[in-house]
Design a protein around this ligand. Sequence first.
Ligand code: GSH
Length: 199
Amino acid sequence: MYTVYGMAISGNCYKLKLALTQLDQPYRWVELDILKGATKTPEFLALNPNGQVPTIVLPDGDTLVESNAILCYLADGSPLWPSDRRTKAEVLKWMFFEQYSHEPNIATVRFWVAYAGRAQELAAEIEKRKVNGYKALKVMEETLAKRPFLAGDKYTIADIALYAYTHVAHEGGYDLSAYPAVQAWLARVAAQPGYVGMN
Ligand SMILES: N[C@@H](CCC(=O)N[C@@H](CS)C(=O)NCC(=O)O)C(=O)O
């Protein structure tokens, strides 16, 4: 069985919960509070020297980190990680986009505003990040206006990776009303078999 070290409010950790549930893989969840330093203990740093969740321990005892790498591992050989070369690259494109253009702007703002109580202190930085966050949403909107899922006609781990923080972007003050294709896609993801919510 897999053991996931995660934090329930974290979208990066939720990606694993959603994928494991949809892949019908049993797992044990160990809840860690990053706000209380739980990822900086010597025990945890021995598992993940980068001191972050999610961290997954595989059934053979090996450890894997980085949410999107873990998604690729879990979904390998399943319809969530298609085998044709071009679609695979398309999925990876969106997962790299998520980590570089989406997550630092949308997830980080949500964390500062809704969980770390830093909205006032970081107001100027938050405004800057939101400009880039809306840019990322526009890129998604343009693609999703043309096809049902990010990598094409089929639901993949690219959708899981980007759904995780897009569906809670409002907690950071993002308004998705100007992104109707993104909103329709959020509903399509939530209607997938085996869907499970964040909490
Ligand atoms: N690129 C990593 C990011 C993971 C990450 O940022 N984890 C946060 C929680 S969402 C964390 O553990 N933060 C604690 C820290 O960085 O000290 C991934 O996708 O897994």
